[in-house]
Write a protein of this length. Structure first.
Length: 272
């Protein structure tokens, strides 16, 4: 029986000192932060992999510390994406893919390939890069999402290329990066980056209601009508997984925002 597409909501990382005051229970050891956080949200984006490699045993420990029905997205190595010629990234891509991410097994969610804000869309070079991304590693299927951060990507040519390679494009609710909600892959990956320090849950109740509606529309195969796009929205298609991360902005508010959105979607955290 096919798995029903899901909406997952989470945060970036779990080691953030201000969360010791606002998120984690008093007295919780740092060694137990992941176990706690993974029972309050339904996914976490691993960011440390962007800066350096992790050992297979580390991925295995993260897998074992989290509930069965949990997902990690993993940010790919900056050595693969922050380069002048992406076509020359083969060794860096291979090193990241074979670094041990397969140890996460069924808990491995999308791989996030984040490009520099100065990286301009070059169709030939970007095509060569996408051809480097494998479909699986050690029997674990891979899903790729492209975090493009330069306005030059807001063109139909880029959208067509990403769709050809079945790669999703990050939707960034951001004041810094291009904002466009055109769906290019079989799932949706949204990074919500406007949490505010003076708002109780980071986002206002109205905004959280709107994001809950957007998540449900995406899950059903639709396209939220009030989000900016490059191309006109197509007709609704097949249902799809949706991943929504509260990340950047007022980071101290991210867990509160994620919890508030999950509650709107009918998801309850595990008891401590």
């Amino acid at each position: 029986m096919a798995r029903k597409p899901e909406i997952r909501v989470g945060i970036g990382g779990w080691n953030y000192e201000p969360w010791r005051e606002t998120f984690y229970p008093e007295g919780l050891s740092k060694a137990k932060e992941l176990a706690w956080a993974s029972r309050q949200v339904s996914m976490i984006e691993i960011n440390s992999t962007f800066y350096g490699s992790q050992k297979p045993a580390t991925f295995a420990k993260w897998r074992d510390d989290t509930p069965d029905d949990f997902v990690f997205s993993v940010k790919a190595s900056r050595y693969a994406t922050n380069r002048r010629v992406l076509a020359e990234a083969e060794d860096s891509v291979h090193k990241f893919i074979h670094s041990g991410i397969a140890e996460l097994g069924p808990k491995l969610g999308p791989l996030v390939w984040q490009f520099a804000a100065t990286k301009v869309f070059d169709p030939d070079d970007f095509t060569a890069f996408l051809q480097l991304l494998p479909k699986e590693v050690d029997g674990v299927a891979l899903r790729h999402v492209l975090d493009v951060r330069h306005p030059s990507f807001m063109v139909p040519e880029y959208l067509a290329l990403a769709r050809k390679h079945h790669a999703a494009t990050v939707f960034a609710d951001s004041d810094e990066f291009p904002v466009f909600a055109d769906v290019t892959g079989p799932f949706v990956y949204a990074r919500l980056m406007r949490t505010q320090p003076d708002v109780k849950a980071g986002y206002t109740p109205k905004a959280l209601d709107q994001w809950a509606e957007a998540a449900q529309a995406w899950q059903k195969g639709g396209h939220p009508a009030d989000l900016p796009r490059v191309e006109p929205a197509p007709k609704a298609g097949a249902a799809r997984d949706v991943f929504m991360l509260f990340i950047a902005g007022a980071k101290e508010k991210a867990p509160l925002a994620a919890g508030a959105l999950l509650k709107r979607l009918g998801w309850e955290p595990e008891e401590a």
